[in-house]
Design a protein around this ligand. Sequence first.
Ligand code: NAP
Ligand code: ZN
Ligand code: ZN
Length: 349
Amino acid sequence: MPLTVPALLTPSPGAKFERSTVERRELREHDVLIDIAYAGICHSDIHQAREEWGKAIFPMVPGHEIAGVVSAVGSGVTKHAVGDRVGVGCFVDSCRECARCLSGEEQFCERGNVATYNGRQYSGEPTYGGYSTQVVVDENYVLHIPDGIALDVAAPLLCAGITLYSPLKNWGAGPGRKVAIVGMGGLGHMGVQIAHALGAEVTVLSQSLSKEADGRALGADHYYATSDRATFRSLRGTFDLIISTVSADLDIDAYVRLLAFEGSFVFVGLPENKQTFGVFGLTGGRKSISGSNIGGIRETQEMLDFCAQHGIASLVETITADEVDTAYDRVVASDVRYRFVIDTSTIPA
Ligand code: NAP
Ligand code: ZN
Ligand code: ZN
């Protein structure tokens, strides 16, 4: 029998959230049932709930930063047991046979992975995410949350954490490398901590200096306001890697000028508009513009273990189900320090 579980859903693009229910499938051989404790609010939830990235599936239950405890397992499950502290990130299945899946980079699955919400299972049923009390997920797409990290501050690692960890590792952030994180929000505050723990020299480029004390406490060596144009220009030629976590349009050429020889500007923030840049800025210093998308299951586990080892977690504001609409507006206004997480025990009507 499928399970009917409480969930917060939005019926149409931009509509307010309502308390309702969704069905979770009956446990299959390799499924685990997770009692969700906390669900983070990622800016991507807002983009999709407001249909800013093209047509979305409604009703929608967002949430791909899920932390909870296993409460039941299918007969063939070996990776998780009842009582385990676990997490689920942005996808809950992938084809498991393409080159990307076989190399452990399921986020780039050639068939397209199954998104945790606003997606469809390969069988066609819509997926519903973590703003809910329980979820059923195949064991291969479930992560272990190390004991050292509490569930509320672990939830945002499942998207924000891995989204910064993966490019920082891929582009070699470490001792002797200068890394700039653009935007001190949910993703950005994770990037600062991880880049610092990897040994890089870390700079935050924020719209203002209002979050400077937090940025420095999290490990930033330098913190500049992008509104201070003279200081911004003085950083020309500085960075080996700039990661943008911004959802808004950016002056890409201005950031490319801040790159050192062979430096890379990497998008993880996803503006809804096309972005433009001049080619001469790249050819002049063998620079590149690239992008990165979350991380695979293996790398996500590596990130969780790395965070536990280095005492890294998200800074969160815990909210109730009634506060989600207001929280969305506050995220859009850059007024969150630094991730909202929903206490899912407040969801049932
Ligand atoms: P967030 O908490 O809203 O953080 C974004 C930050 O960008 C803000 O805190 C703000 O930092 C800065 N910002 C906002 N408006 C700006 C503007 N007009 N100009 C310049 N900077 C601005 O959002 P998030 O959850 O970190 O997500 C950020 C983006 O990444 C979203 O587009 C989201 O969809 C995307 N995302 C991508 C992936 C991926 O795998 N690629 C994964 C998750 C999320 P300051 O106040 O410091 O300036
Ligand atoms: Zn996300
Ligand atoms: Zn695949």
